[in-house]
Write a protein that binds this ligand. Structure first.
Ligand SMILES: Cc1cc2nc3c(=O)[nH]c(=O)nc-3n(C[C@H](O)[C@H](O)[C@H](O)COP(=O)(O)OP(=O)(O)OC[C@H]3O[C@@H](n4cnc5c(N)ncnc54)[C@H](O)[C@@H]3O)c2cc1C
Ligand code: SF4
Length: 473
C-alpha cells in the first residue's frame, strides 16, 4: 500500500507560500502569492518521501524530474535544482505559477492520500526565481552546431516558443511569426498579471532572443503570406501553434444588447499594458459600482471575475451550470476568487438576457440545474429543473463558455481538420501536409500551458526526424 511509504517523520501539513491579503491585492494586478524563503523551501522539499516510482512525475505532462529537484532543494542545492527543472521544461517558472497542480503533479503525490501533497508548483517557481536572482540571467543551454536549415513557427504562445527553443538547441534557425505585437500568446494576451506577471513572460522572450530565436511580430500568416509563401522563402518545415481562442457563443435571446462581452477581449484590454495592444483592442472598462455576471466555470471565468473585482465592480457573480465539485477550473483559482468576494451561483444556466428601453442589458434570466447521468467523458450531465427560472441583476456580462480552435485560412484542404476543428496530426505532430506540423491548443483543443509546452518539444523532435530523413544534415 502506498501509505506504508510515508515516513513517520514527514510533516503532515505543507508550508504554503504567503498569500497577499485579499482586500489589499484587489487594489492592483500584481501576483497574489509571495515567494518562499530558502529555509521554507528546504523544509517543504524535505517532506518528499522519495517514492521509488514517483507518481507525480508520471502525472506531470512533461515528466519533470521532480524527485531529483526536490532532493536537491532539500539538500540546499537550489541552483542545481533549477538546472534540473529546466532540463525537461521550457518555462518552469511559469508552470510553477499557473499549472493546475491539484489535477497534475500534486494531485498524484502519494503524501496527499493522507496528508498535504508536497508543494511542487510553488517550489518549482521558487528555485527558478532564486536561480535568476543569483545568476542574473536564465542560463543559456548547450547549443548544437548550426545545421544551416530554417524552420518557421506560426504563433508565439507556449507551444511555439517551446518548439523554437528546442529547434535552436538542435542547431536550426527558428523564426516565429506572430500576429500580435509581442510574443507570449495567452501567457501575455489572456492570463491576468495577478496569476502571471508580464515581466516573467518578457524575461522568457528576452532569453529566447538571446539564444538565437528570431521573432517576426505583427505578422499574421494566412492568405498573404501563407504556408506556401513561407516554404518558398526557404523554410523547410513549419510548426503551426495558433491556439484556440475563438469564443464559443451560445444562441440566446438578447445577445445583441449592449453590455455583453466575450471574456478574452475583456481580459486583454483590461490586463495587457498599452504598449502591447492595438487600437482595435479597445479601452479599459470602468466597472466601478456595477454588477457583473460572468457565465462559465473554467479558468477563463475565474480570471474574468477576479479582473472585474479589480476594476471596481461592486458585485461580481459567477453562474455555472454544474456544481463546485465538477468545475473544470483549478481549485486554487476558485478559492482565490471566493477570498476576493466573488459570489457563486452553482447549478445555474442562463436562458436569456433582458435589457432596458435603451438596449442596455439589465438581467440574466437563469434556470436551476441538477446533475443527471454521466456523459461520454464521465462527467454528470446538467439537466434543467422545470419551473426554476429566476433573474440575476447585471450591468455587465462576460461570456466565458470556452474556445474553439483558430486554424489558418486554408481553403485547399491540404491541412485536414478533425471534427472538432483541430488539426489532424500523427505521432510526430505532422499534419496531413508533409513538412507542416502542429501542436498546442490548435491540435488538442483549448487545454493547458504545460501540454502546449510538451507539444512544442515533441514537434521539434518530429521536425528534426523529418528533415534528417528527407535530406541528411
Ligand atoms: C483566460 C485564460 C486563462 C488560462 N489560464 C490557464 C492557467 O491558469 N493554467 C494553464 O495551464 N493554462 C491556462 N490557460 C490555457 C493556456 O493559456 C493555453 O492552453 C496555452 O496558452 C496554449 O498555448 P498555444 O501556444 O497552443 O496557444 P496560444 O497561447 O493561444 O498562442 C497562440 C499564438 O498564435 C498567434 N496566432 C494566431 N493565429 C495566428 C496567425 N494566423 N499568424 C500568426 N500568429 C497567429 C496568437 O496571436 C497567439 O500569440 C488559460 C487560457 C485562457 C484563455
Ligand atoms: S510542469 Fe506543472 S505538472 Fe509538471 S511539475 Fe511543474 S507544476 Fe507540476
Amino acid at each position: 500500500m502506498p501509505e506504508k511509504q510515508i515516513a513517520p517523520k514527514t510533516r503532515p501539513t505543507r508550508i504554503n507560500p504567503t498569500v497577499r491579503n485579499a482586500l489589499e491585492r484587489l487594489n492592483d494586478f500584481g501576483e497574489i502569492y509571495c515567494e518562499y524563503t530558502p529555509e521554507q523551501a528546504v523544509e517543504e522539499a524535505s517532506r518528499c518521501i522519495k517514492c521509488k516510482d514517483p507518481a507525480c512525475m508520471k502525472a506531470c505532462p512533461l515528466h519533470n524530474n521532480i524527485k531529483e529537484w526536490l532532493t536537491l532543494v532539500a539538500e540546499g542545492r537550489l541552483i542545481e535544482a533549477a538546472a534540473s527543472s529546466r532540463a525537461t521544461s521550457n518555462m518552469p517558472e511559469i508552470c510553477g505559477r499557473i499549472c493546475p497542480q491539484d489535477r497534475l503533479c500534486e494531485g498524484a503525490c502519494v503524501l496527499g492520500i493522507k496528508y498535504d501533497p508536497v508543494a511542487i508548483g510553488p517550489l518549482e517557481r521558487f528555485i527558478n526565481e532564486h536561480a535568476f536572482r543569483h545568476l542574473g540571467v536564465i542560463p543559456a543551454p548547450e547549443l548544437a552546431r548550426p545545421v544551416g536549415r530554417r524552420v518557421a513557427i506560426v504563433g508565439a504562445g507556449p507551444a511555439g516558443l517551446s518548439c523554437a527553443e528546442e529547434l535552436v538547441k538542435l542547431g536550426y534557425r527558428a523564426t516565429v511569426f506572430e500576429a500580435r505585437p509581442f510574443p507570449g500568446g495567452l501567457l501575455l494576451y489572456g492570463i491576468p498579471s495577478f496569476k502571471l506577471e508580464k515581466r516573467v513572460v518578457e524575461r522568457r522572450v528576452e532569453y529566447l532572443e538571446e539564444i538565437g530565436v528570431e521573432f517576426a511580430c505583427n505578422t499574421k500568416i494566412g492568405d498573404d503570406p501563407g504556408i506556401d509563401d513561407l516554404l518558398a522563402l526557404g523554410y523547410e518545415a513549419i510548426f503551426i501553434s495558433t491556439g484556440a481562442t475563438v469564443p464559443k457563443r451560445p444562441r440566446m435571446e438578447g445577445m445583441d444588447l449592449a453590455g455583453i462581452h466575450d471574456a478574452l477581449p475583456f481580459l486583454i484590454r483590461n490586463n495587457v499594458p498599452a504598449k502591447y495592444l492595438s487600437p482595435s483592442d479597445g479601452a479599459k472598462d470602468d466597472l466601478r459600482g456595477k454588477t457583473v455576471v460572468v457565465l462559465g466555470g473554467g479558468d477563463t471565468a475565474m480570471d474574468s471575475v477576479r479582473t472585474a473585482r479589480r476594476l471596481g465592480a461592486a458585485r461580481v457573480i459567477c453562474a455555472y451550470r454544474r456544481d463546485e465539485e465538477n468545475m473544470p477550473g483549478s481549485r486554487r483559482e476558485v478559492k482565490a476568487a471566493k477570498d476576493e468576494g466573488i459570489e457563486f451561483q452553482w447549478l445555474t444556466a442562463p436562458l436569456a438576457f433582458i435589457g432596458d428601453e435603451k438596449g442596455l442589458v439589465k438581467k440574466v434570466r437563469c434556470e436551476r440545474m441538477q446533475l443527471g447521468a454521466p456523459d461520454g467523458e464521465g462527467r454528470r450531465r446538467p439537466e434543467a429543473i422545470a419551473g426554476s427560472e429566476f433573474d440575476l441583476p447585471a450591468d455587465f456580462i462576460v461570456l466565458a463558455f470556452g474556445f474553439d480552435p483558430a486554424p489558418l485560412r486554408n481553403g485547399d484542404g491540404r491541412l485536414r481538420l478533425t471534427r472538432w476543428g483541430t488539426y489532424e496530426i500523427d505521432e510526430n505532430k505532422m499534419t496531413s501536409w508533409p513538412g507542416i506540423f502542429a501542436g498546442g491548443d490548435i491540435a488538442r483543443g483549448a487545454d493547458l500551458l504545460v501540454t502546449a509546452n510538451k507539444d512544442g518539444r515533441d514537434a521539434a523532435l518530429g521536425i528534426d526526424r523529418y528533415l534528417r530523413n528527407r535530406r541528411p544534415l
